[in-house]
Each structure stands twice: as C-alpha cells, then as structure tokens.
Design a protein. Sequence first.
Lengths: 282, 179
Amino acid sequence: MRNLSFLLQKFGFILLFLLLEGAAFFLILQRTNFQKVAFLNSTNELTGQVYSYYGSFKEYFYLQKENQMLAEENVRLYSLIQQSLRNFAAQPKGTDSSYRQVFTYTPCKVINNSLSKSQNYFTIDAGSAQGIKPDMGIISPGGIAGVVRGVSPNFAVCMSVLNTNFPVSVQTRKQKEAGTLIWDGQSPVYSKLIGIPNHVNIQVGDTIETTGFSLFPEGIQAGFVAGYKIDPDDGSYIILLRLSTSFTSMRQVYALDYIYKREQKQLEDSVAVDIANISNDE
Amino acid sequence: MMNNRNLVIFLRLLLLLLLDIFLVSRLEFGIYFVPHIYFFSLLLLPVRTKKSVLLLFGFFSGLTMDLFMNTGGLHAAASTMLAFIRIFTLRLYLAPEDEDNNIAPGLFTLGARKYIIYSSVLILIHQLTFIALEVFKTDSFLLILKKTAASATLDVLLLLFIQMLFMKPAKKKNERRKR
C-alpha cells in the first residue's frame, strides 16, 4: 500500500496528463458535432456577450466601408425591382400561386470571424430568439458566406465557406454545369471548384453561382473563375475560384430561411426509407 | 509573499489571454503565421510549481482560449502537452541554486542562451501539437511543417520582445522578479 501511494506520488502526474489530454481530444472530436457542445463554444452566452461588446467597438472603424457595401447592394436590389416590375406586368391579374415567397431573409452582423485555420467559423449576433435555426444559409452582400451550425438564444456560430468541410454545390452561370466547391485551407481569397467536365467552355472571369439544390436559392454569387487546369485523372476541370465575398471585411450578412425545407426533407427522407426497404427486400 | 506572487501569475495569465483573444489572434500575417501568446504564462511559472498544478494550469488556460476561438479542445491539448514537456526540459537548464530560489524561468534569470533554447523547444512543441491536430484531416505534412516553423519563429520573437519590455534585469540572481 505504501508502495502504491509512493508510485502515485511519483508518477501520478503522468496519469493526470493522460486524463487531461483525453478530455481535450474528446472535445476536439465533439467539435464537428456542434449541437452537443453548444455550451463549449462562442454560442455560449458569456463569450457571445464579450464578443458583441468587442464587435460594437470595432464597428466604428468599418462604418465607411460598410456604407459603401450597403450602397452597392442597394443598387443591385433596385435593379432587381425594375426587372420584377416588368415581369409582373406581363402576368395575368390576381394572386399567382407560382410566385409565393420561398426564402426569407434575416439581417445580422458578424461579431467574430476567423480566417487562418483549416476549419473556420464565424459568430453572428442573432440566435433562436431572432428565428435563426441550424442549417440556415448565410449570405453577405457579395455572395455566399456560410451555414449556421450552432444556435443559442441570442447568438449563432456558422461554418464559413473557408472551411474544408463546407458543403455546397455550385454551377457556372452561363451553362448551368454543376460542380463542387472545395476550400483547400490556403488563402481566404481563393477556393477551388472541381467536377465540371472539360467539354464545357470555361473562361477566366466567368461567374460561378449556387445551384438551387442546397441551402441557398439558385443564382447567388459564389465567385469568379480566376484560372483553371484539366485534372489528368478524369479529364474534369480544376478551377481556381476568386470568392466574391470579402471574408476579411465581412460585417453585414443575411440569414436565409427556406420555408419549405421541412416539407422537402420529410418527403426526401420518406422516399429514402422506401428505397432502403426495397433494396432490403431484394 | 506567496499570495502576492500567485496574484501576479493570475493577472499575467488574464492579460495574456485578453491580448491574445482580441489582438494577436486577429492579426493577419497570412496563412502560415498563426502566433499565440497566452501560453507564455506557462513558460513563466516558477521552477518549483507542482507538476499537477502545472498540468491543470495548462489545460484550463488552453480551455479558456478554446471557448473564445471555437477550437474545441485544440488549445487545451497543446497547452497540456507543453506543460508535460516542460517538466522534463526545464531540469536540463537549471543550476542547483535556481531550484532553491524557486526562480521563474526568464530571459534574465536563466541567461539569454539557455532561455532562448528552453522557450524555443516548448513553443515549437505547442505549435506543432496545435497545428498538427488542427490540419489533421487534409493530410498535408508539408503544410503542417511550414505553418509550425513560421508560427513558432514569430512566437519566439514575440516572447523575447515581451520579456525585454516587462522584465527588469535582476541585480542579484536571488532577487524576486517583478513584472
């Protein structure tokens, strides 16, 4: 017994070390599953508060740039209104069920942002009390920005496009050819686009936008082609994409809610169950 | 006297954490340079700090950092590793009287050459653990090495800079060091 206590005294710190490293690794592995550790990240109300103080302080330095970006966005929105007026004039009178609203927008501000990691996240100053839910898409005036992962009453943590795990499908604006956006963890300005077959005519400067298949409505800018080469393995393009959102100065963003998401998901899940049953029967 | 010293250690940790969260981790030096300064407080703990205290100090200072940076347990893992390695490396650089006086290993208490080697080794270990765990998935070995080398170099410079700013050269070796 005395030997045991002597051993513990002498080498107990190794046990403690292993225990603490174990705890740390547990937290790292849990990180991908944001809902479970909502208490351990900046959705946490305390750290959220600290960051919103910091954000409101920092805001003063960006007012000019912010104004300019909002003005540019206004110009874009005005042009949209004119287009839609023309379109609606051609429509028959009365309520038209084919023009129901599908996406709603919630304005919010980025209060914390990271750029230099492989898995980057940012925090916004709106949470479940403001109607933010997990898996909502986030867009900036420039284009796509991220997707909501964890939500607390007044804050939400979003996975940035600058994240090697960011899931989004995009297409070329001209030919509507879909590919996958993959960030390689190198630069906050560029990303990569793969999977577009080489018979498509791609030119430097072409616009890349979202497809309607994921969290975003169709046609939201993702970036512009900055260069490309052909993958020798399968003959598809590897496109270097200049992201249209300026992540280094991102402040004002909008959270998108796809109103029919639950209905769509239920339907897709039920069909998936059917297919699974059929393949089990065979 | 001990209480006073503990208070100084605690305040120094707090100051370094705040500086790191709101200033250093927000500087954009490019993708390779990701400096951190909060763990300098670990390097500066007195020589006779208990091993268990050292490990817990590392873990919780890292965990606080994780809370603010959304990094899960990356900083906690790296700092605990630093504390563990410190237990073995610090012994190599101590004179017998250093241990008796319970000095805090600093630029002027250890001497420049010993101190730079001691801190470089530990900073390198911290950055390597952190970056290797962080980049883990993309299996890019070279990127990990480049990032570690760049960040660690910047960290050593930062540490020396901070030491020169805040620590007075001790007249006598056993004089208690002030911040």
